[in-house]
Write a protein that binds this ligand. Structure first.
Ligand code: BGC
Length: 937
């Protein structure tokens, strides 16, 4: 699953003769989607692995799992916690641990072996492990602590507190058998022990509704402790808890910052196992000391960090530091009566961590003393700055996505997010600065100083890219440089918007988990990265923000009281249904569906209760509609009406689709009565939709590209109208001189429905288009990420309204889904989740001569590689062990298809099913296949 992808892709065509007699060692063992997670709180964790077997048709017929609380027992094939026995089953994902009850702190090692169709066993896998976290509130002896300095009444930013504690471990280094620290903060923390940083998490414990849930992290710190004196040092940042977050300014009477609380707090518990069975526990309590005299003078996610290196306290995180000037900390019991965090939960997803570094591709001086570094890519993270200069010199780094014509940075579109870091030099030689508690969306960094720093060069700046580190699982490449760039831009935009929540944008004062955006982008996101754990974290955020009467928020977490504002909007609220369903389709996660089902039902029930006649006329919140469709373009001569789907039609379409999904969710978890009830309701809404908005000739009210696209995509129309509706959808291009006019939600529907309804050439024409509005136009004008608006920048006209003009919004990048599904042809089977069964159906077009890529599904890697040479097409596919697929081999003559050089119908493991329009259709099992066929376009 996590192998570097391209090396595997290029080997698709190779067909080593299968000499294997039994499955190889299973790989990719994961627990709750993660590799060797520490401190989980799922008491019946789910395990998965990949069967490895290069033989055609290999399937898993049985498995056996051993789980032990001691690696030696596991080596001796003893499952002290669980021995599943040989289970006759082809299940290799979502296998629920069913052994001894798992208690807090349990350490579990596990391994698995599988048997193939001939009952031949694989070797045992290499051991994997997980540990349990603190499962019960009573497991926490630690108190919430913070700096004692009272916050002034104004809400201005405060210096970052530093807290520390020393303690003694009797004995020497070998006395410590094992040490685990459980830590969280209201705000953000950076934890250090004996002078070294603990873990590589950034912006931990991340963002939840702190009044309801706070995440904690667990780290193994056995190697950081020593016999004798030890020290723990923690720096706290304001983060989402006490800093500024998006949209605070527009909530009437609301505070501009400190939405959840005014000052950051820490809760930490270090548990040490010593030789001889002794234990020692160090907790955050009144014995700690704190100061706000440290170097971080201001830290804010949106505004940036101000750091005065002259205030550094070398050794502050080591035992010998003299902290006599520090004050005792305050115990922050105040939180509970004020509605403090109800619950501590283990972080279920990959942490935010550095995933890449970018070196500048250029450095200019557009004005004297103003240096602009170009990182060559719109990215998210911060810069590491290396420089030398006089003590007290203040160096300022301002971050921007684009430049003004004169080469200076353009910051108007950042609105109220300063994205500015300031560093004051110590003046003692080479200094390296990297912020701690902020993040910026930028390609360009402007560096200025109040007195010229020495040795500023292109090497002074490095871009450090970070995000919630869901593994990359998709790879795409084809003969069109434009489309390759588009795919890259989509992936970069996803990187830019995964910081604990799926955000709209990473740069301006917004950065919220806007639900409508991820609704549109979720499937593309899943093709690009393994989103399973990320959505496991975020779907509860949605529930936390649901109102008592069932309204889903516009964004989650929702810091502004969803009962009052920003809730129940069509296609935004509906993400509370669509996104978990998307996760289910990709990962087969019935537990997520079971936990979420009542919530999803309440949403649909709420909309239904407000709209008993089944047209969503009432209660549509801020009613954004098909956001940023082409009516919002500001172009000479461009039509200002005719693109936006009428909002009621749009809303009712989503109501129908969400209801349909709720019915399917019910079916997926065996709640058949509800499945029927909601299927009936969905059918009734579809009828009402057709009665109210659809004419007998298939015309849909509004007569927009978007309307046909969404109605077709959600299967709202009777079969007999599909053809007419699709034809009309294409006719709607005329008004736009052949251009796309769709918004956030209808764009991917349009692309998919063009292809599905026989207009694949039109879809290719749109994706290859380079005039406004199009993806190509943005790329030709320097885009390295997906723009929020089709016309974010227009030659001659310049930038769109800076009030809303992000250059890193992923919604219009939802076309990535189409690229995987149509160009590579990788498609889920509509009836079977998690790619246990899937469809490979590449549909060449648009002048492409080859394409190759892959998707590392939860069952293993699916790879596709096709090429057109003169009048032949070759199609190589790799199908993971223990899965089956239907392959559509594109051809003009289904009778002349070969596989590995012989007629396909005679090839081992290849079963001809039928000829479809333009393709011969085969069913194949696991393995690698090389098809070739006639192809004339
Ligand atoms: C955000 C969007 C979001 C929208 C709601 C904007 O400000 O950036 O992406 O979905 O508001 O219409």
């Amino acid at each position: 699953m996590l192998l570097p992808v391209m090396s595997v892709v290029t080997s698709v065509a190779g067909h080593p003769p299968a000499t294997q007699k039994a499955p190889s060692t299973p790989t990719d063992l994961r627990c709750e989607y993660l590799v060797d997670p520490l401190g989980i709180d799922a008491t019946a964790p789910r395990l998965s692995w990949e069967m490895v077997d290069s033989r055609r048709g290999a399937v898993q017929q049985a498995y056996r799992i051993l789980v032990a609380d001691d690696p030696d027992l596991l080596n001796a094939d003893t499952g002290s916690l669980w021995d599943s026995g040989k289970v006759i089953s082809d299940q290799s994902i979502q296998v629920v641990f069913a052994g001894q009850p798992l208690r807090a702190r349990t350490r579990a090692w596990w391994k698995v072996r599988v048997w193939d169709q001939d009952d031949q066993p694989s070797p045992w896998s290499r051991p994997a492990h997980w540990t349990m976290g603190l499962l019960d509130p009573s497991d926490w002896q630690a108190k919430w602590i913070g700096d004692v300095t009272p916050a002034p009444a104004n809400l201005g930013p405060l210096p970052a507190p530093m807290l520390r504690k020393t303690f003694n471990v009797a004995g020497d280094r070998h006395t410590v058998k094992r040490a685990t620290v459980y830590v969280t903060a209201l705000g953000l923390y950076e934890l250090r022990i004996n002078g070294r940083r603990v873990g590589d998490h950034l912006l931990a414990p991340e963002w939840t509704d702190y009044h309801k849930r706070v995440q904690y992290q667990a780290y193994d710190v056995s190697d950081l402790l020593q016999g004798g004196r030890n020290a723990i040092g923690v720096m706290l940042g304001d983060g989402w808890y006490a800093g500024k977050i998006g949209l605070t300014g527009i909530v009437p009477g609301g505070p501009p910052r400190a939405i959840y609380g005014r000052q950051p707090r820490l809760r930490l518990q270090l548990e040490i196992e010593l030789a001889g069975g002794r234990t020692q526990t160090i907790v955050s309590d009144e014995s700690w000391h704190g100061t706000t005299d440290g170097p971080i003078r201001v830290s804010d996610l949106l505004d940036g960090e101000t750091y005065d290196a002259r205030r550094e306290m070398p050794g502050w995180d080591t035992p010998d530091f003299d902290d006599s000037s520090w004050s005792p900390v305050v115990i922050a019991a105040v939180f509970d009566p004020a509605g403090g965090p109800q619950k501590l939960v283990a972080q279920p997803n990959e942490p935010i961590r550095i995933v890449k570094e970018l070196r500048p591709i250029g450095m200019t001086e557009p004005q004297p003393g103003v240096y602009v570094f170009d990182l060559g890519q719109n990215m998210v993270g911060w810069c590491r700055l290396t420089l030398r200069g006089r003590a007290g010199t203040v160096v300022t780094l301002r971050h921007a996505e684009v430049l003004n014509p004169d080469g200076t940075i353009y910051t108007a579109n950042l609105r109220g997010a300063a994205q500015t870091d300031r560093y004051t030099l110590r003046g003692d030689g080479i200094e390296v600065f990297e912020p701690h508690f902020t993040y910026h969306g930028f390609r360009y960094v402007e560096v200025t100083a109040d007195c010229e720093p020495e040795e500023l060069s292109i090497d002074s700046v490095v871009g450090r890219v970070f995000h919630s580190a869901a593994p990359l699982v998709g790879e795409f490449e084809c003969s069109s440089p434009l489309l390759n760039k588009l795919w890259q831009n989509i992936v970069w935009t996803q990187r830019s918007n995964m910081h604990s929540t799926p955000t709209d944008c990473p740069q301006r004062d917004e950065r919220l988990g806007w639900m409508g955006d991820i609704l549109a982008f979720a499937q593309t996101a899943c093709f690009n990265m393994d989103m399973a754990a990320f959505f496991t974290k975020w779907v509860p955020d949605i529930r936390d923000a649901q109102t008592d009467d069932g309204r889903y928020p516009d964004f989650a977490p929702h810091p502004f009281d969803p009962a009052q504002r920003f809730s129940n909007v069509p296609a935004w609220g509906d993400a509370g249904v669509f996104v978990p369903w998307c996760a289910y389709r990709n990962y087969g996660d019935t537990r997520m569906i079971a936990q979420h089902f009542e919530s999803a039902k309440r949403w649909v029930d709420y909309v239904h209760a407000q709209n008993p006649d089944l047209l969503w006329k009432n209660s549509r919140g801020n009613d954004y509609g098909d956001w940023l469709n082409a009516d919002t373009l500001k172009l000479e001569g461009w039509p200002t009406t005719g693109a936006a789907m009428p909002k009621e039609v749009f809303a009712t379409a989503f109501f129908a689709r969400s209801t349909e999904i709720v019915s399917r969710m019910a079916a997926a978890i065996g709640r058949d009565q509800e499945a029927q009830r909601y299927a009936k309701l969905a059918a009734d809404i579809r009828k009402a939709f057709n009665r109210a908005y659809v004419q007998p000739d298939g015309r849909i009210q509004g007569d927009t590209q978007a309307g046909y696209a969404i109605a077709l995509h959600f299967n709202l129309l009777p079969d007999e109208l599909h053809e007419a509706a699709a034809r009309r959808m294409v006719e709607c291009f005329q008004r736009y001189d052949g251009h796309i006019s769709t918004g956030f939600h209808s764009t991917i529907c349009l692309m998919n429905e063009l292809t599905r309804n026989g207009y694949n050439d039109e879809a290719y024409r749109l994706i290859n288009n380079r005039t406004m509005p199009s993806w190509g136009y943005a790329i030709d004008h320097g885009a390295t990420t997906i723009w929020e608006r089709w016309d974010g920048y227009v030659e001659g006209r310049g930038f769109q309204n800076p009030g809303m003009n992000s250059f890193a919004h992923y919604a219009l990048g939802s076309v990535g889904e189409w690229m995987y599904r149509t160009i590579l042809g990788i498609n889920p089977d509509p009836r079977v989740p998690a790619y246990k069964r899937f469809i490979i159906r590449p549909r060449p077009g648009g002048g492409l001569t080859w394409a190759r890529g892959s998707y590392d599904s939860i069952h293993g890697q699916i790879a596709v590689d096709w090429r057109i040479d003169a009048s032949r097409i070759s199609l190589n596919v790799a199908v993971p062990a223990n899965t089956t697929t239907t392959v559509y081999v594109p051809t003009t003559d289904p009778t002349r298809v070969t596989e590995s050089g012989i007629p396909a119908a005679q090839a081992e493991g290849v079963e001809l099913m039928r000829s479809a329009e333009g393709a011969a259709v085969y069913r194949v099992g696991a393995g690698r296949y090389s098809f070739a066929a006639d192809w004339t376009k």
